[in-house]
Design a protein around this ligand. Structure first.
Ligand code: ADP
Ligand code: MG
Length: 253
């Protein structure tokens, strides 16, 4: 996608769980090459919005237009094929397998009952292709040296990076990250921020749900602040930090 062009547009996205309006007609735009942060207090509707955009949850109403196509209602696999890829808040891995194996077989680990089954179903060429891609993406984010370590032996920071490498294997133009900095030590957060900046330089766009304000403010181009299911304000980090509504509703608490 052309840098600066509209990559994703959420239009009046709505989700009701029974009588509860978890996401109340929220709209925002992500432009190619931007990192967008989605922040707000607990229960604001961030994760639900994230799941609506990535096709994990069906919308009550509204549209999610990704690369010119309304993807609302498409299965998440189909959305992934169009170039949107996501990580989950909790690291999904098989600790007894190597980092490389976890990244290469990631798609299969999520969708089938076990690795053995996945391996049986893969032909030689497909397996080679998956491992070559995994190796490439691990090298891309600086993890070539840890490729053959057992995933379970990694600290949380490198585990999160491993998840990002896995998400990159489908060659996305938009990467969705659910609280990637949660629980990380300062050094790990810095390493993660460096990787995300590098991916941005390489032309990737990123949507980041995050609690850690310092992490968000230093990294993103735009922020959407949610509260009680609605969009409170959107703008640059400087605009959001200066906003009295945000200071009162969020930063002040
Ligand atoms: P956030 O990620 O900002 O903390 P969520 O999107 O997880 O907020 O939740 C928004 C609101 O929707 C909360 O009140 C939450 O309890 C509710 N909610 C989220 N998922 C469900 C669900 N599957 N069923 C019913 N209510 C839900
Ligand atoms: Mg959440």
């Amino acid at each position: 996608p052309e840098p600066g062009s509209v990559l994703l547009e959420a239009k009046a996205v709505r989700k009701q769980f029974g009588g509860l309006v978890a996401v109340n007609d929220v709209g925002f735009t992500i432009r190619a090459g931007d990192i967008m942060g989605l922040i707000g207090p607990n229960g604001a509707g961030k994760s639900t919005t994230f799941n609506l955009v990535s096709g994990v949850l069906p919308l009550t109403s509204g549209e999610v237009v990704f690369r010119g196509q309304n993807v609302a209602g498409l299965p998440s696999r189909a959305i992934a094929r169009l170039g949107m890829s996501r990580t989950f808040q909790h690291v999904k891995m098989i600790p007894e397998m190597t980092v490389l194996e976890n990244v290469a077989l990631g798609g299969y680990l999520r969708t089938s009952s076990g690795v053995a089954r996945a391996m049986l179903r893969l032909d030689r060429d497909e397996e080679r292709r998956l491992f070559a891609e995994a190796e490439k993406q691990l090298a891309r984010i600086g993890m070539a040296g840890q490729m053959h370590e057992l995933a379970g032996n990694l600290a949380l920071g490198p585990q999160r990076l491993m998840e990002i490498a896995r998400a990159l294997c489908t060659d996305p133009s938009l990467l969705l990250l659910d609280e990637p900095a949660a629980g990380l030590r300062l050094k790990e957060k810095q390493a993660l921020a460096d990787v995300l900046r590098q991916l941005k330089r390489e032309g990737l766009s990123i949507l980041l749900v995050e609690h850690d304000m310092d992490f968000v403010m230093g990294l993103v181009d735009h922020i959407v602040v949610m509260e009680f299911g609605t969009k409170l304000i959107a703008g640059t980090p400087a605009e959001v930090q200066a906003s009295p509504v945000v200071r009162a509703a969020y930063l002040g608490t």
